[in-house]
Design a protein around this ligand. Structure first.
Ligand code: UDP
Ligand code: MG
Length: 136
């Protein structure tokens, strides 16, 4: 049975700032993801707050929203079998120091906040996040 899914990926400001977007896109392609849509944008703090609303009670919420709106990001719809989980595995742990060798956050992440990549954590959230950036 095939289980083709879509997930939302973001190349965060720290990675775009270092011009890593092509390298990171190639990592996705090498790992059999199809980049269905992508765009480079610079979101406002209000949009970041909306996007990360699930974290609004967390102590890092304000810094996180300032950070995501601090510079250009690349948002992408990725598609493959089991895309949600496979993308999470390719990204690695939230903290780059704990991310396994070869994962994106291990290779490119600078710190727990500047960890280079975002990926949806469930099929349900992937739909919400894809709509957030690509509903037009
Ligand atoms: N984050 C942070 N400090 C923390 C935990 C998370 O700055 O102690 C940031 C980090 O950039 C992370 C984002 O908040 O990617 C969202 O956190 P989540 O727990 O959802 O991690 P993710 O799903 O991105 O691995
Ligand atoms: Mg998350």
């Amino acid at each position: 049975m095939s289980n083709v899914e879509q997930t939302l990926s973001i190349i965060k400001p720290d990675a775009v700032e270092r011009n890593l977007q092509e390298e990171i896109k190639n990592e996705f392609k090498r790992n059999d993801f199809i980049i269905v849509k992508d765009k480079k944008i610079h979101i406002s703090k209000k949009e970041a707050e909306q996007f990360y609303k699930v974290h609004q009670a967390k102590p890092f919420y304000n810094d996180l929203c300032n950070y995501l709106s601090s510079g250009p990001i690349v948002v992408m719809i990725l598609e493959k079998e089991n895309a949600v989980l496979d993308n999470r595995n390719l990204m690695g742990a939230t903290n780059p120091k704990e991310a396994k060798e070869g994962t994106l956050r291990n290779k490119y992440g600078l710190s727990i906040d500047k960890n280079s990549a975002h990926g949806s954590d469930s099929v349900e959230n992937a739909k919400i996040e894809i709509d957030f950036f690509f509903k037009d």
